[in-house]
Design a protein around this ligand. Structure first.
Ligand code: PAN
Ligand code: ZN
Length: 191
């Protein structure tokens, strides 16, 4: 018997706020300082300026069973750690064969993706962009604008999140400030 009744959530496109989120996750610099290319600059900010909010996720929790379709918003605040724009941790799905759709709500971002076979893809996202993350592609989003970058995500409930692989190896591509704007560069530290 179905355990979940139909529901509607109101989404504020500018902030990513949901009318009644089941959960809100805040990721601060201190939660992911080691993920930034310039670890020294991350440590300096934490010591001298204090911690800062990098991104916030608001979502609707659903049972991790076949056919359920969780969805959430992500708001990445503008800013950089050294030359590197604020970004999400990024992950592979624990079940690699599960894809995902991202829909841009406001601001300007990049969707950085890669496969374990070594393919990479970096796609620009603005309000109205519907981006497809195919199965087997790790994904991270980056705010390359001056305002919040906000998007909506939809995935299959059994996908799961494998953060450990990215925490250990990083992404092959970084999005850095170069000549006054964002540029995609190779990550020299990629494991
Ligand atoms: C997204 C992400 C969200 C936050 O909903 O979970 O943008 O990024 P991290 O999970 O990498 O911290 C998604 O890809 N879900 O599967
Ligand atoms: Zn995902």
């Amino acid at each position: 018997m179905p355990a979940i009744s139909p529901f509607v959530t109101e989404v504020d496109f500018a902030s990513g706020d949901l009318s009644a989120p089941d959960y809100i996750i805040q990721r601060k610099l201190s939660d992911m300082a080691a993920m930034y290319a310039d670890a020294g600059e991350a440590a300096r900010i934490l010591a001298e300026e204090g911690d800062r909010l990098i991104y916030e996720v608001q979502g609707m929790e659903l049972p991790a069973e076949e056919g359920q379709i969780p969805h959430c918003t992500t708001r990445i605040l503008p800013g950089r750690i050294g030359d590197e724009y604020h970004m999400t941790k990024g992950h592979y799905h624990a079940r690699r064969e599960q894809g995902e759709v991202y829909f841009g709500l406001s601001g300007r971002g990049c969707l950085v993706m890669q496969t374990e076979a070594g393919e990479t893809s970096v796609q620009e996202m603005v309000a109205g962009s519907a981006a497809y993350v195919p199965p087997y592609w790790a994904h991270r989003t980056v705010n390359v604008g001056d305002e919040d970058f906000v998007f909506f995500s939809v995935w299959e409930a059994r996908a799961g999140h494998d953060y450990g692989t990215i925490e250990r190896d990083g992404f092959r591509k970084l999005v850095l400030l170069r000549d006054g704007g964002p540029a995609v560069v190779d990550n020299a530290k990629y494991a």
